[in-house]
Design a binder for this molecule. Structure first.
Ligand SMILES: [Ca+2]
Ligand SMILES: [Ca+2]
Ligand SMILES: [Ca+2]
Length: 428
């Protein structure tokens, strides 16, 4: 396939992928588990792949500088109707000004009759997407370092056409402890013990898809991994957010699948006492989450426990993690119809085909996407589609006590837009 054709295919598929991610980015309107009763404070965490990315740097800022962008209005309305207290938005081009403009011109303005919502606190930081590596990371014989040139994204530290494309941002009604926040943008993949470094099958040497020189700069996180301590009254909950790379768009070496697996593993190690000693953050501090800490893992993890292209067991690293409570799956009435249409119609549909079937993408004004979430019927059909228990109301107090180990029901996720968030308490 010529590089031009491949590129257009890639963009087409990626477009479908993004579209799916938007649909899966459910902020369930019915998301209150039993914890809503009794003492304690209700806090709603949500994760939302909003596809607020643009094809060129600066375009998102321009789009958000006036209040009329249809897509942004829709997303703001979704947020306003679901009213999460702490919100991760995946696929928001890195730009602190754009993050402020989205608050001021969209969230703070009632959309379509919904109440405005104001988040006094937010966090945004650079992303590895679209940062030139200076190396031929896809091994096609060309080192592409000029944004806008075909093949640029493939040689970048994370796929992206310009620095920060597909980044992320967190909005919060509660204070974020900026002094305690940790980012892991620079953590090198090779520094993870037992990293699943890809192999070039054409050479006898093992794990040599990337050269030693490349591994010396190759970061694990395709965007970034953040640990944001959110202060809720006297308690602190660590919001652990990321957006691992899709496990596709590569070759037999499966470099993206392997990276996806290890990006998810990062959190599994981070919250397991004793397993995160190898981790260092961008501020130079070492180690994982302090034992006894409370946390919520959120993000579009691009992994499905039973379907899709990720390495088997990738999502299970969290879903079956001793210290992660994955037992709660949000649901919503709005999910039923669209999920049936989208995922149960022809199982077992190859995930890529199913993803393509969602194109043309999302109409930016399609509000129904607000309420997509997994349904039982989808699981029965064998094509899982939706999201892990990623947003919902959990009383902080409930997270105390013995860790939950939940295998059933396994929350479903979409292969490309899967979202995983769990509430749990690290071991003490
Ligand atoms: Ca190379
Ligand atoms: Ca290249
Ligand atoms: Ca080899």
């Amino acid at each position: 396939m010529s590089s031009a054709v491949r590129r257009s295919r890639r963009i087409a598929v990626r477009g479908g992928l993004l579209a799916t991610a938007v649909m899966l980015a459910a902020l369930p309107s019915v998301a209150a588990p039993a914890a809503a009763h009794g003492k304690g404070e209700d806090v709603r965490f949500a994760t939302f792949n909003a596809s607020l990315n643009r094809s060129a740097a600066g375009t998102l800022r321009s789009d958000l500088s006036t209040p009329g962008n249809a897509q942004a209005r829709t997303i703001a309305e979704i947020v306003q109707r679901n009213r999460p207290d702490v919100l991760l938005i995946n696929e928001f081009d890195f730009d602190p000004v754009a993050a402020r403009l989205f608050q001021d011109n969209y969230l703070s303005v009632g959309q379509n009759g919904a109440k405005p919502i104001r988040y006094p606190h937010r966090f945004i930081a650079p992303s590895n997407t679209g940062v030139a590596s200076g190396f031929d990371l896809n091994n096609n014989g060309q080192v592409v370092t000029q944004p806008g040139t075909p093949g640029y994204g493939d040689d970048a530290l994370g796929f992206g056409d310009f620095p920060g494309q597909y980044g992320m941002v967190v909005y919060s009604r509660y204070p974020i402890d900026l002094g305690g926040a940790r980012t892991f943008q620079n953590f090198l993949w090779k520094d993870m013990p037992g990293a699943l470094l890809p192999d070039d099958p054409a050479t006898p040497a093992p794990a040599d898809w990337y050269s030693p020189e490349e591994l010396a700069v190759f970061r694990l996180s395709s965007k970034s991994h953040w640990d944001l301590p959110v202060r809720i009254g006297k308690r602190t909950v660590h919001f652990l957010v990321s957006h691992p790379t899709p496990p596709v768009f590569d070759g037999p070496e499966d470099r993206n699948g392997r990276r996806n697996f290890d990006e998810i593993r990062f959190w599994a190690d981070y919250v397991r006492p004793g397993s995160g000693r190898y981790i260092y953050d961008d501020q130079g501090r070492r180690g994982g989450l302090r034992p006894g800490s409370k946390f919520v893992i959120a993000g579009d993890l691009n992994s499905d426990p039973r379907d899709g292209d990720s390495i088997p067991g990738a999502a299970q690293q969290l879903l079956e993690h001793r210290w992660v409570n994955a037992g709660f799956t949000p649901s919503s009435r709005g999910a039923v119809g669209p999920s049936r249409r989208a995922c149960c119609r022809a199982a077992p549909t190859p995930p890529t085909a199913a993803t393509r079937s969602t194109t043309p993408p999302t109409s930016p004004t399609s509000r129904v996407r607000a309420t997509y979430a997994p349904t039982t019927s989808c699981r029965r059909a064998g094509w899982s589609y939706g999201m892990v228990g990623c947003s919902g109301r959990s009383r902080v107090i409930r997270w105390r006590g013995s860790p939950a180990r939940s295998r059933s029901p396994v929350p479903t996720t979409g292969w490309s837009g899967s979202i995983c968030a769990s509430a749990g308490s690290a071991a003490s």
